[in-house]
Structure formats: structure tokens, C-alpha cells
Design a protein around this ligand. Structure first.
Ligand code: KIV
Length: 300
């Protein structure tokens, strides 16, 4: 049993007797790593999901560009725009009070020029209500990371399987499996830390490599398909809930079957309407007999 007091978002200013939860910040991330406490993160794209995650005690919510696949139905994340992201960030920000909110910079919002990268990152905070941004890539992104951090905006890096490079990677496949590829990934992680990232997502990389990177970095790593040696974990919520019907990556643990449950509920509703079992009396509005009589007289 650990004798170290928990850091927390989830807890613990005891002044009036009732534990009060504090808003998570990038400092919370750092403290959690220092205490060896796993950081929890999930994606959300709308108000009710953000509210439920926040109330459940999640440390951080990522408005991921996975939005394009799991909500908007695209084949990959490339068509997602700044407008899409800001729209969904606003909804999430209205639902979550305590989690650290991270907006995912979509394809071509930070690659073309450093100036555009800074402006777009700023929009996530100014318009979207986010606390930080995430962007994909290693050594080729250092200038953008430095400039965004220089503007006072916390940046989360993302290495390994970077979905915006799906065409370059030849598909959604694990990365860093050979020694040279692993070395490059390791170096990229160090470079991103030096450039000022407060945390780095490691997606679909060997667990041993992710563990090694997590030990070497002073900033926390957040793994997705990267083993238990990372400082925190993230999943796409629609995968966790079983809400995404197309495929489930190997690294997902499904905690529910919401797609099946939705189908069941919709099917029941359709049958109830068809059989006139819905609406029942308790779902209907009535008027006073006196008013009804008056109406009928009026109509005669
Ligand atoms: O877009 C997203 O949801 C992500 C996570 C998979 C980390 O980038």
C-alpha cells in the first residue's frame, strides 16, 4: 500500500469536511507522474459524454480528431477541419468542469506554417474553451511546438501510430517495432520534451519501448496500445463503450456494448409505436373537462 498522499484532481482539499475536487492542470500531470499515480484520459466530443466523464473523475478529456471516424463517419481523420474541432470542443467545455481539456489539432492546421500553427492553437483556447492542444509528429514538429508553447499554450505531443500520417505509414499499424524505428521514436520523444511538450501520447508502440521512454522522460507519457509502463492511459470513448461499429483495435478493452444496447432500445421503441403501446397516458398532456366541453360547444 502506498503511503504517499494522492495528488489530486480527484480530491482533497478538506476544509469544510467535504472533499473538494480541483480543476486538473498540466501541473497535476507532472505531480501524478512524480507520485507514480496513473493519469486517466478519455476522448469526448459532446456535452453529455464530457459531463459523465468529468463526474466519474477523469483527469483529462481529449477532444480527439478521432471525432472524424467515430462521430462523423469518415474512413480516417484527414477530413476533419478546425471548424469541426472548435464546434465539438465548445460542447465538451460546457460539460466538463474539472478535467484538463485538450483539443486535437486537425490535419493541416499546424503543418503548413508556424504562424498558422500558433493561430490555430490559440483558437482552441479562445473559442473552444480548451486548456491545451495536441499535435502529431516528432522532429519535424519542433518549430511548431516551440512557437505554440512560446505563446503560452500547453502542447501534448503524439508519437508512434499518428493517424494523420496514415497514408505515409501505409495503414493503421503499430510503430517502432524494429531497433532503428524504436531508436528514432525514442529520440523524437526526447526532442518533443526539450521543445516544451508537457506530455506525450504514445500510440500503438511496443510496451517495452513505451516503458523505456516513460522512464527516461520527465514529462508524463499517455499510452494507447503502448502497455502499462506509460504514466497514463487514454482510449477513444466510442471504442470503450462499444459504440463504434466498424472495428475495435486490439488494444481496446470494451466496457460496454452501447451499439447493441442502442439497437435494442430503438427496436423496442419502433415496436411500441407500431403497436400503439407508446405514448401511454402518463406521457400525454390533458386538458380540464370544462375546457374540453367549451371547445366542443365551440365546434358544434
Ligand atoms: O484523436 C484521438 O482520439 C487521439 C487519441 C487516439 C490519442 O489522438
Amino acid at each position: 500500500m502506498s503511503t504517499i498522499a494522492p495528488v489530486l484532481t480527484t480530491a482533497t482539499v478538506i476544509s469544510t469536511g467535504a472533499p473538494q475536487r480541483k480543476k486538473a492542470t498540466t501541473t497535476t500531470f507532472r505531480q501524478k507522474k512524480a507520485h507514480g499515480e496513473p493519469i486517466t484520459m478519455l476522448t469526448a466530443y459532446d456535452y453529455p459524454t464530457a459531463l459523465a466523464e468529468d463526474q466519474a473523475g477523469i483527469d483529462s478529456i481529449l477532444v480527439g480528431d478521432s471525432l472524424g471516424m467515430v462521430v462523423l463517419g469518415y474512413q480516417n481523420t484527414l477530413p476533419v477541419t478546425m471548424q469541426d474541432m472548435i464546434h465539438h470542443c465548445k460542447a465538451v467545455a460546457r460539460g466538463a468542469k474539472f478535467a484538463l481539456l485538450i483539443g486535437d489539432m486537425p490535419f493541416m492546421s499546424y503543418q503548413a506554417s508556424t504562424e498558422e500553427a500558433v493561430r490555430n492553437a490559440g483558437r482552441f483556447l479562445q473559442e473552444g474553451g480548451m486548456d491545451a492542444v495536441k499535435l502529431e509528429g516528432g522532429r519535424e514538429r519542433l518549430e511548431a511546438v516551440r512557437a505554440i508553447v512560446g505563446a503560452g499554450i500547453p502542447v501534448m505531443g503524439h508519437l508512434g501510430l499518428t493517424p494523420q500520417s496514415v497514408n505515409q505509414l501505409g495503414g493503421f499499424r503499430p510503430q517502432g517495432k524494429t531497433a532503428p524505428a524504436a531508436k528514432r521514436l525514442f529520440e523524437d520523444a526526447l526532442l518533443l520534451e526539450e521543445a516544451g511538450c508537457f506530455s506525450i501520447v504514445l500510440e500503438s508502440v511496443p510496451a517495452r519501448l513505451a516503458g523505456l521512454i516513460s522512464k527516461k522522460l520527465s514529462v508524463p507519457t499517455i499510452g494507447i496500445g503502448a502497455g502499462v509502463g506509460c504514466d497514463g492511459q487514454v482510449l477513444v470513448t466510442h471504442d470503450l463503450l462499444g459504440l463504434f461499429d466498424r472495428f475495435t483495435p486490439k488494444f481496446v478493452r470494451k466496457y460496454a456494448d452501447f451499439h447493441g444496447e442502442m439497437q435494442r432500445a430503438f427496436g423496442e421503441y419502433i415496436q411500441d409505436v407500431q403497436m400503439k403501446r407508446f405514448p401511454a397516458d402518463e406521457h400525454s398532456v390533458e386538458m380540464d373537462d370544462k375546457e374540453w366541453d367549451a371547445l366542443q360547444k365551440e365546434m358544434d
